[in-house]
Design a protein around this ligand. Structure first.
Ligand SMILES: Cc1ncc(COP(=O)(O)O)c(C=O)c1O
Length: 481
């Protein structure tokens, strides 16, 4: 909730109280330098004991509510016919309006099943933007993705409120060029993760639906970050300011044939699901569910997680839940922006994103500026971010680098986990780093996996810039922090 202070400032105030805590510690810079070297300058390979604030992701790192925890205690453990599953389907029906639900172990499992059933060799999947695992599954099934985002999408210094919109003219042209039969489905991602958590508008989704219906094309919604997208529509789209999050979400869902999500984000639970109102689509997907996930009533999730997800779906339409991360992200972005640090604007859904190209313009894309900046943020703060740039794209079939559209460093804000003073600390150290950006150098691969290389790849700094950065940090802040 936003509270107006007496001096005119607006403060995001938590509408919950914290009753269970986990200790964290701030390892000194010298320790961070050693940990980063051991992790091959890849923040994925750090151990959490070496991390102060874990802003790698908002996936599976959010705080559950007391009601979610309580629901886990009454889960019905059964291989088949579990009552927990029927409580989940009731929540999906009540909140989103879908009849059929397939539980899966996480979002990428849903992507795998959808690609298995709908993507054939030569198929194309137009979308507002890809996510790493989405692209991998579509390509593994022999298809390819077509990114038809709006011109504003790649402008990191924009104030355009809906950078996650699909370009409708390009969509029309794709239909004409490829023909509807080659289009497996059109995919809309609610707050496009890799564009910086940017939402689409309801009017754009309505047009996507209209064009898709004209040509008999399925509309698939990746709803992993649906609460944030609904929250932004309420804030930014004319005609929706007086609607509730529930009403907005229901309208979004009514425009999709199939919805899937990673429950690790908006529902705060490890798991995922696919939902639809089409009996045939459900049966086609169900046929493969036991092969890759599990029986129809658990699909790779524990019944405890299913219970927590059912509650999470009902809670996500509470405006204070839907906006809990978005308002902290806004604060984070606006404070860094005011300090002259290059961030992606407008603030998006899941994280504050640094624009590495503008932060360290002296590092060419081939030397992975976003990866280098992510490592530098950790060295200068103990805060763990994630690279979202060229490292996150795999090489093409001929082994050439695929330079990313954007070189971003993601500082995720897990829902209801960190306090504003911790965010203030991160702002302070990132501002310091920006003042010393000339100390940061590039990276090169030492070990490079062939697929999704950003997870396990090991890199080394070009030159000894890590040590020089830490020396400057110790000069300004002392040896102990
Ligand atoms: C938009 C989007 N889709 C799909 C996924 C994959 O979900 P999971 O990590 O649960 O497999 C993610 C994960 O971050 C995501 O952000």
């Amino acid at each position: 909730m936003i509270i107006q202070l007496s001096d005119g400032r607006q403060l995001p105030v938590e509408m919950h109280k914290v009753r269970i805590v986990q200790k964290t510690s701030l390892p000194p810079a010298e320790h961070r330098l050693r940990a980063m070297a051991e992790a091959g300058y890849n923040t994925f390979l750090l151990r959490t004991r070496d991390v102060f604030l874990d802003m790698l992701t908002d996936s599976g790192t959010n705080a559950m509510s007391d009601n979610q925890q309580a629901a886990m205690m009454v889960s019905d453990d059964a291989y088949a016919g579990s009552e927990s599953f029927y409580r989940l389907t009731a929540a999906v029906k009540d909140v989103w309006g879908f009849e059929y639900v397939l539980p899966v172990h996480q979002g990428r499992a849903a992507e795998h099943l959808l690609a298995k059933v709908f993507v054939k060799p030569g198929s194309v999947v137009p979308m507002n933007y890809h996510f790493t695992t989405t692209r991998a599954h579509i390509e593994l099934a022999g298809g390819s993705i077509l990114e038809i985002f709006t011109d504003e999408a790649l402008n990191t210094q924009s104030s355009f409120p809906f950078k996650g919109n699909l370009d409708l003219d390009k969509f029309q042209r794709v239909v004409e060029e490829y023909g509807a039969e080659r289009i497996a489905y059109v995919r809309m991602e609610a707050t496009t993760n890799l564009l910086g958590g940017q939402p689409f508008s309801l009017s754009n989704l309505r047009e996507v639906r209209r064009i898709a219906s004209q040509h008999g094309i399925l509309v698939v919604l990746d709803a992993s970050l649906i609460s944030e997208n609904a929250y932004f529509i309420k804030q930014r789209e004319n005609d929706y300011q007086s609607k509730s999050i529930q009403e907005i979400m229901r309208e979004i869902m009514s425009l999709a044939d199939i919805v899937y999500l990673s429950g690790r984000k908006s529902t705060n639970v490890r798991g995922g699901l696919i939902a639809t109102n089409d009996r045939k689509i459900y049966s086609d997907l169900l046929a493969w569910l036991p092969v890759y996930e599990g029986f129809a009533t658990y699909g790779g999730m524990s019944t405890k997680e299913i219970e927590a997800m059912a509650v999470g779906i009902r809670e996500m339409v509470d405006i204070n839940v839907a906006g809990s991360s978005a308002e902290f992200v806004k604060y984070f972005v606006e404070r860094l922006h005011a300090n002259g640090v290059p961030v992606v604007t407008p603030p998006g859904g899941l994280a504050c994103h640094l624009d590495a190209r503008r932060f360290i313009p002296h590092i060419p894309q081939i030397n992975y500026p976003a990866g280098a900046l992510a490592a530098a943020v950790y060295l200068a703060s103990g805060v763990r971010p994630m690279e979202r740039g060229t490292l996150s794209s795999d090489r093409d079939k001929d082994g050439n680098e695929v330079l990313a559209d954007l070189e971003l460093v993601r500082l995720a804000v897990p829902r209801r986990v960190y306090s504003l003073s911790q965010i203030e600390y991160a702002i302070d150290r990132i501002t310091w780093l920006h003042r010393h950006c000339d100390l940061i150098g590039g990276l090169k691969f030492v070990e490079e996996p062939p697929v999704l290389r950003f997870f396990f790849g090991k890199l080394a700094p070009l030159g000894d810039w890590g040590s020089r950065l830490v020396a400057a940090y110790q000069r300004d802040f002392g040896m102990d922090c």
